[in-house]
Design a binder for this molecule. Structure first.
Ligand code: ADP
Length: 685
């Protein structure tokens, strides 16, 4: 059927005219933008034969968006492997186009060729070295041609192209697969491409788009009998393998097995597989799910895990969902689209549906199909549809059960998921209300009670709580070592109380929104209101008169320090929590939470921070020396220098580098004094 149409559409005279066309296009002036076509001037086209002149005056020349030019350059000049992917990409575009027109035809009776079968035809013309793929899909108007295959709409394109040009060849194909630049991949195998297309919209005209994969393309009006798109690839000299039927058949067998529309290869119908989600679970094996995953995502590897759900009541639906083994967002470009496609009775209603899984689960890919969803549901009403609401709840609960199940039964597998998608889980906490606890139970943390690279979850932490330990303590730091050295941990270590280590700034952010887990409050170790009263020290303190005296002197030093620091510090106090370190900075109760402050600081070092309390430890030798100096001369220059450096050390420790111009000379002064006294000691000996 389609082949016949081809013949009718191409009278010999037009073909001759078409062959002349590229010469004219080369002579044409370049335009800066795709939106500003350059009309061929009569001087250039000349008044030749009637038919030729007609085609020439009709053709407009456009320049590809610069990202497309760069991409084409990479595709044409640096990719030599796996060129066959273009077949898969073109079939997948045809499927999209058919899905769309199938959907439209159900809603709207006023479309072109309403009774035309939905199908894909692939033919090869060995004489002309052409590979031709035709669909009866949605087609394109002239504007759509310019928009869809002259530009790339993805917002991360620039970043993507940069990575693509920097990456190894083997990775290039992977990146291309992930990003989806399907149509353009045909230029790996073809010198020139013609796209004949006619939109499904009633009364649409046919257009012919042509390009040689350089910086330009042309569009001309050209009759096309039926709705849909025919793409003709003029194959490169050494790509003749794509003219062989057996070769194309095997590519379809590998990559396009689940295509939901009939594919005819040189008029032979190719066998395809049933939509996997409608089949009973008992008849499916892991390899079937993996196969569908590779088809669905154009992936080369298997998924990390899959989940097949079916329900008849209260709402009928089937769903097959996957967690992939890689996270495309780690390549650095934009947030990926939602991962679930919504179907009703195998008809695609909405690709990348936003309303089934919450945004943070966008990495879960798959299909949801429900007979109970009306086909004519508008995209706006999907959100408020009561049945969708029920499906959503059911699915979300099952996804949490599934992930938690993996976590408890197969930690290695879970760690792979965690490695790739932990940011999504943490990102989700503030936005998840109903299943917040289930989401929190998926979180993993480093802890003072686990080896350095091992995680704990919150249930395990709670399980280890003993005695009067009834809150979940945590401490933040740039890395494991920095955390271990944090003086605020000393008392916790001494009392053997477990503390979670937050190395990823998003840990603190998530916990700040969680506030509690299973009724237990989260508390930063530095929070000013933590009292870990060490009874032993208390007793000793009362008994030991000398120590009492020391505390009195320390109190006096604290008052003196407070005057030196002025408005930089809210208060200076004697610490009850330090064992060895000289001092610690504690957040004041009224300021922003320490986790929020840390994130603010990461973003802007000069942010105005809350005032803090400096706690000093009278048992530390540096503080004892400072007490001695203070007793001899309550406010000497030396004491002032030491005091300022003591505070700045703590601020530096928190990762804030302010007033470094004062700090460095001051450290040098202190070093000079130290050096002098060192020599004095030497000569004494
Ligand atoms: P993607 O398919 O990932 O969007 P492509 O570069 O393969 O990227 O295609 C760009 C766009 O061109 C498609 O989104 C679609 O709008 C349009 N397109 C491509 N092939 C067809 C086709 N056979 N029928 C209708 N439109 C098509």
């Amino acid at each position: 059927m389609v082949k016949e149409k081809d013949k009718k559409e191409k009278p010999e005279s037009q073909k001759a005219a078409k062959e002349e066309k590229p010469k004219q296009a080369k002579a044409a002036k370049k335009t800066g933008k795709a939106e500003a076509p350059v009309e061929e001037t009569p001087e250039k086209t000349g008044k030749v034969e009637e038919t030729e002149a007609l085609v020439e005056t009709n053709a407009e020349k456009f320049e590809f968006q610069s990202e497309v030019q760069q991409l084409l350059h990479i595709l044409v000049y640096s990719l030599y492997q796996h060129k066959e992917v273009f077949v898969r990409e073109l079939i997948s575009n045809a499927v999209d186009a058919l899905n769309k027109v199938q959907f439209e035809s159900l809603l709207n009776s006023d479309i072109e060729d309403k009774d035309l079968d939905f199908r894909i035809d692939i033919t090869m013309d060995k004489d002309k070295k052409k590979f031709i793929i035709e669909d009866t899909g949605i087609g394109m108007t002239k504007e759509e041609l310019i928009e869809n295959i002259g530009t790339i709409a993805h917002s991360g394109t620039v970043e993507f192209i940069k990575r693509l040009s920097e990456s190894e060849n083997a990775d290039k194909m992977n990146l291309i697969g992930q990003f989806g630049v399907g149509f353009y991949s045909s230029f790996m195998a073809a010198d020139e491409i013609h796209v004949h297309t006619r939109s499904y919209k009633k009364g649409s005209k046919g257009y012919l788009w042509k390009s040689k994969g350089d910086n330009n393309y042309t569009i001309e009006e050209k009759g096309k009998k039926h709705r849909g798109t025919r793409i003709e690839l003029f194959l490169k000299e050494d790509e003749k393998e794509f003219l062989e039927k057996y070769r194309i058949k095997s590519i379809i067998g590998t990559h396009s097995k689940f295509v939901p529309f009939p594919i005819y290869l040189e008029s032979e119908k190719i066998d395809s597989k049933e939509a996997i989600w409608t089949q009973p679970k008992s008849q499916l094996k892991e390899k079937d799910y993996n196969e569908f995953f590779r088809f669905f995502l154009n992936a080369t590897d298997d998924p990390e895990t899959y989940l097949h759900l079916s329900s008849d009541a209260p709402v009928q639906f089937n769903a097959v969902m996957y967690v992939p083994k890689v996270n495309s967002e780690i390549y650095g470009w934009v947030k990926s689209d939602p991962g679930l496609d919504l179907y009703s009775r195998k008809i695609l209603i909405q690709k990348a549906c936003r309303d089934i899984l919450p945004e943070y689960f966008r990495f879960i890919k798959g299909v949801v199909d429900s007979e109970d969803i009306p086909l004519n549901i508008s995209r706006e009403t999907i959100q408020s549809n009561i049945r969708i609401e029920k499906i959503k709840k059911f699915i979300l609960k099952k996804v949490f059960d599934h992930l938690n199940d993996i976590k408890s039964k197969d930690m290695d597998k879970y760690l792979n998921i965690w490695k790739n998608f932990q940011r999504n889980f943490k990102e989700g906490v503030p936005n998840e209300f109903e299943f917040r606890e289930q989401l929190a139970s998926l979180l993993l943390f480093y802890s003072s009670k686990t080896p350095e690279d091992k995680y704990t979850d919150l249930d395990q932490y709670i399980g280890r709580m003993t005695g009067d330990h009834y809150e979940i303590y945590y401490v933040m730091g740039a890395n494991y070592d920095a955390i271990e050295k944090n003086p605020a941990l000393e008392a916790f270590k001494k009392k053997d109380i477990e503390v979670l280590y937050f190395i990823d700034p998003m840990d603190a952010w998530a916990v700040d929104h969680l506030q509690t887990y299973k009724g237990k409050m989260f508390r930063p170790v530095e929070a000013a209101d933590i009292k870990l009263d060490d009874e032993e020290t208390e007793k000793k303190k009362q008994e030991d008169e000398k120590e009492k005296e020391q505390f009195k002197d320390a109190e006096s030093l604290a008052t003196c320090l407070k005057t030196i620091y002025g408005s930089r510090i809210e208060d200076v106090k004697i610490s009850q929590r330090l064992v060895d370190s000289p001092c610690v900075l504690i957040s004041s109760k009224s300021g922003p939470s320490p986790q929020l402050e840390r994130i603010m600081r990461l973003q802007n070092q000069k942010a105005d921070f809350s005032k803090k309390v400096l706690e000093i430890n009278p048992k530390n030798k540096l503080i004892q020396e400072m007490i001695r100096i203070h007793k001899v001369n309550p406010v000497s220059q030396e004491l002032k220098t030491l005091a300022l450096q003591l505070l700045d050390n703590m601020i530096l420790r928190e990762g804030v580098i302010e007033e470094i111009d004062y700090i460095v000379p001051r450290i040098q002064d202190i070093m000079y004094e130290a050096a002098k006294s060192f020599l004095k000691e030497e000569t004494k000996e």
